[in-house]
Unconditional design. Structure first.
Length: 300
């Protein structure tokens, strides 16, 4: 079994928000985050407890756009929210404390059970490294992956993830993650429903029915692309479990698209390159740094 971080209660790292000079700060808010968010959520819907809780409590089927926007905003808060990042983690734990269910086999599931709670953040590690492989021209070294993983360990601490659920290093995380994917994830109806939802994006309730054909015309290409990215950045073993087709031609197309995206995104203006919360946090931090510089230069 993979070694996990062994820390006594008194020696656990303190919860603390993220700031500049971290990989999370630089990369989480990029618009390319959304290209692998789908595969991360797909992996979550195959974890038995998460699938059972999502099946009963989530609005992803009835309000997919709203659900996606709320999730994205929450993730941005984890990294760019400053002190409010910790409050957001506490809010999510409080909200999930009541999300319990019993499946068709009589098995009870709790959203805050330690392994499922940790799995959500572990899928983020996979999504980040997979996104870098396809959609970045700045490829990660082993040292980069380790540094990023240790930042994610801090994020897990912010979310009060049990230390027993956290492999100590990225090198230990990789085989642990493969084992989870191969031997713990299950085929679920929730996973198939999610794939349907992202492929055919339902119109928000505010859009009148006569405008639904126009909505479909606008969103069908987006849905097909999101489905393509999700399936393409999902581990082979998961595609096999779900019976998802992925050809060598598909893989070549994904790599070509990724090549262009990886070179186009870095030259976009920052306001476009980053999601709004991330952009504003970065702008405010620069303003704060300029203010500090002027304060330090003041005559005494």
């Amino acid at each position: 079994m993979t070694a996990a971080i062994e820390l006594g209660r008194e020696s656990r790292p303190e919860r603390r928000p993220f700031g500049p000079d971290t990989r999370l700060w630089e990369d989480t808010g990029l618009i390319t985050f959304s290209l692998t968010a789908g595969s991360a959520f797909l992996l979550q819907t195959m974890e038995p407890t998460i699938a059972a809780v999502v099946d009963e409590h989530s609005t992803f089927r009835t309000d997919p756009m709203g659900r996606a926007m709320r999730s994205l905003a929450s993730v941005m808060m984890w990294v760019y929210g400053g002190d409010e990042a910790l409050a957001e983690a506490d809010r999510l734990r409080k909200m999930h404390a009541t999300l319990n269910t019993t499946d068709a086999h009589g098995v009870k599931h709790r959203a805050l059970s330690s392994a499922p709670w940790a799995w959500v953040l572990h899928t983020g590690v996979f999504a980040f490294t997979e996104g870098n492989k396809y959609f970045s021209s700045d490829k990660l070294t082993d040292a980069d992956k380790e540094a990023y993983y240790q930042e994610t360990v801090q994020l897990m601490r912010n979310f009060s993830v049990a230390p027993k659920e956290i492999p100590a290093t990225y090198a230990e995380w990789e085989p642990w993650f493969r084992d989870q994917v191969e031997n713990h994830l299950e085929v679920t109806n929730v996973a198939y429903d999610y794939l349907k939802v992202i492929r055919k994006i339902a119109p928000p309730k505010q859009i009148p029915r006569p405008l639904h054909p126009a909505w479909r015309a606008l969103t069908d290409p987006v849905g097909r692309l999101q489905y393509f990215f999700t399936v393409g950045t999902t581990p082979d073993i998961v595609r096999d479990k779900l019976g998802l087709e992925w050809t060598a031609k598909d893989e070549r197309a994904l790599r070509v698209l990724g090549w262009f995206i990886g070179r186009a995104v870095p030259v976009l203006p920052e306001r476009i390159r980053y999601f709004p919360i991330a952009y504003e946090a970065r702008r405010v931090e620069r303003d704060r740094a300029r203010l500090r510089k002027m304060i330090n230069l003041r005559p005494l």
